[in-house]
Design a protein around this ligand. Structure first.
Ligand code: AVI
Length: 305
């Protein structure tokens, strides 16, 4: 479904909700990159450190002449650590919904890795199989950043099952954020500089730019909190007053305090994620975590290998 249709349907639904994939236009992708550099946002730093520290072991498990398919590739920074450790990687296939972002990242990678075949694919892999050409070597998936946490557990299960099909017998290296002190989680999604708030509000800014909507950004508040029973951070945009928003010939009424749910970010235990992976047909073969157990990277192989 296109943005206009999904947004309209999400604002008409109760509770109101819009899928987080719509955050990532060029402006949203840039804001997300700024989030990754925030002192409060520990996942990126921690995952980088894990990759740095264990890249040799990961490369050993992946093997030589592999094809790496990165799902939701964005700026493709993390994969460089892996590419540097891999023996003669054949091809890198970054898959992302944001075409502009992908093309710029692919150009940088081509110039830095001249021997690597870089084949970007613009696709919304949450909606169906990306168009991959026949594999150039062992096809291994790379899904860093704990983006799997942005799916409800049932959808995460389905996505992990689909990855198994698309990777055709190869493995999956996946980053997963871990359950931890709620205060630390809260700070990561309520940074002092307000970058996460701007990222959340970019959803309305994008609707104004692309759909001619008339969201008044000052009339909405960023809200992010940890929901312990569900083990997830929830992000919402909350109406600061009674207001009407118009786009596509439709009117949407909001009372003061009405909220639109814009993102879930599930946090797992290592064992909880491994159980989910097993249900999806994977065999967890290795896991790396930092000393404070903030973040984990899992190496999964198809069951039966
Ligand atoms: C992309 N994803 C894993 C991020 C997260 O932490 O759930 C998106 C994000 N939302 C707010 N801050 C970062």
């Amino acid at each position: 479904m296109a943005f206009a249709d999904e947004l309209a349907a999400g604002l008409q639904a109760r509770p109101r909700a819009v899928a987080p994939k719509w955050f990532y236009d060029a402006a949203g992708s840039e804001l997300f990159e700024r989030i990754c550099e925030l002192p409060e946002y520990y996942p990126t730093r921690t995952e980088f450190a894990l990759l740095d520290r264990h890249a040799e072991a990961m490369a050993e498990l992946i093997g030589p002449r592999a094809e790496i398919v990165e799902f939701g590739a964005g700026a493709s920074r993390k994969v460089r650590v892996l590419l540097d450790a891999l023996r003669s990687p054949r091809r890198f296939v970054p898959v992302d919904i944001s075409g502009e972002h992908l093309a710029a990242a692919a150009a940088r990678l081509r110039s830095d890795y001249p021997a690597l075949d870089v084949c970007p694919v613009v696709a919304d892999f949450t909606q169906g199989a990306p168009a991959l050409m026949p594999a150039a070597g062992r096809r291994v998936g790379f899904y860093p950043g704990s983006s799997i946490g942005n799916f409800d557990p049932d959808d995460a299960l389905r996505l992990l099952q689909r990855f198994a099909g698309w990777l055709g017998g190869g493995g999956l290296l996946i980053g997963v954020d871990l359950v931890k002190d709620p205060a630390q989680l809260h700070a990561a999604y309520n940074d002092e500089r307000g970058v996460t708030a701007a990222f959340n509000l970019n959803l309305w800014a994008r609707a104004n730019r692309e759909l001619g909507a008339d969201f008044d950004l000052a009339a909405w508040a960023h809200s992010a909190f940890y929901n312990p029973p569900a083990s997830r951070i929830e992000m919402h945009l909350v109406s600061r007053k009674a207001q009407t928003v118009r786009f596509g010939g439709q009117r949407f009424e909001f009372a003061e305090g009405d909220s639109v749910h814009t993102e879930n970010s599930y946090k797992y235990t290592v064992e909880g994620f491994q159980a989910l992976a097993r249900r999806a047909g994977w065999s967890p073969r290795a896991v790396w975590t930092d000393a404070a157990r903030r973040f984990s990277i899992h190496w999964l192989e198809p069951r039966g290998e």
